[in-house]
Ligand binder design. Sequence first.
Ligand code: NAD
Ligand code: UD1
Length: 340
Amino acid sequence: MQKVIVTGGTGYIGSHTVVQLLGEGFEVVIIDNLLNSEASALDGIEKITGQRPLFYQVDLLDYANLQDVLALHKDAVACIHFASLKAVAESMERPLWYYRNNLNGMTNLLEGLRSASVEHVIFSSSASVYGNTTVLPITEALPARNAVSAYGISKQVGEELIDAALVEACFGSAISLRYFNPIGAHSSALIGELPKGRPNNLMPYITQTAAGIRQQLTIFGKDYPTPDGTAVRDYLHVEDVATAHVKALMRLLNGKNEAAHEAFNLGSGNGYSVLEIVQAFERANSIKLNYVFAERRPGDVAELRADASLAVEKLGWTAQRSLEDMVRSAWAWERKARGL
Ligand code: NAD
Ligand code: UD1
């Protein structure tokens, strides 16, 4: 059994990836400080897979503790690094906190991996590394140099930290996966997105509105130069995102990578407007959603859409699940999590 260390493994995308890793026969060790997740994700993972991964509640900023944990798992073949703060607007209000958590945490991890002799790393990057581009669809040829939020900058610099760690031979090879907009939940409804506090992202805001936790959804902007005036994004199912991590891991383990550090976009290539997401949610779940229009959200662009053909070619990965799957599974999870 090959062992994989997963930071942020009790979080939204991490937990779905852990389920697939266990399903593929990997042994998983999770490191998470539960800043934005609950240990109950481990119960969901266990119910789905019949296995409970080893879990350490450790902050990546706590270098001594982190080193101790890594020293116990020197036989791990890879580390998948999800742990970070991820709210764009919050990162603009508290940029130093974001830089400290995401960059100091990552530096600690990468240095720690050297002494643990872990050979491969997969990094959760983001479409935000491309900044407010108007060149669509976005390919990896576009420089990852124009991030605008502190969050986006932390991802851009995070990719550069990977390069720096390669220079210092902390590990042998890495893949950065630049996700566009992951939504939805596991088909079992046993794991999903459960943000602490008021959600920033569209889908959890929709499901919490449907659940009556939020009074209404606010749609930011109806005057964008898009067919219905609301902003367009490239949404993809979280289970498809998880699959891409397993494929990226296999690429590294099989030595198929063509550079020490590769980067791939993860998107479906389909653009959906906010209104289309709302309508798809209402239709698939037979729910009427309460929403109002408001001003554009600062920092938002009209449209972001991925060209994911490099991931198709090199990872053998495509986004498989439909928009209906995404909105249906998101609601099934919210209902189950709230006992509705
Ligand atoms: P999440 O908040 O659900 O998961 C992140 C996990 O990291 C949480 O469980 C949190 O407790 C943990 N964490 C944060 N700081 C930590 C620290 N210092 N030490 C230990 N654990 C820490 O977020 P997610 O949506 O699952 O995102 C996972 C990764 O993917 C993040 O790096 C995020 O930036 C990136 N990403 C997410 C999206 C998205 O839309 N969800 C899009 C692009 C990229
Ligand atoms: C952002 C980041 C992305 C990051 C992701 C997760 C950018 C360009 N993208 O995506 O890198 O990984 O967050 O944190 O910085 N919306 C509403 N009402 C709401 C919430 C959202 O109308 O209550 C709209 C937004 O204006 C946007 C769309 O829904 O047009 C999607 O928003 P969101 O889910 O927050 O993701 P992004 O901002 O696209």
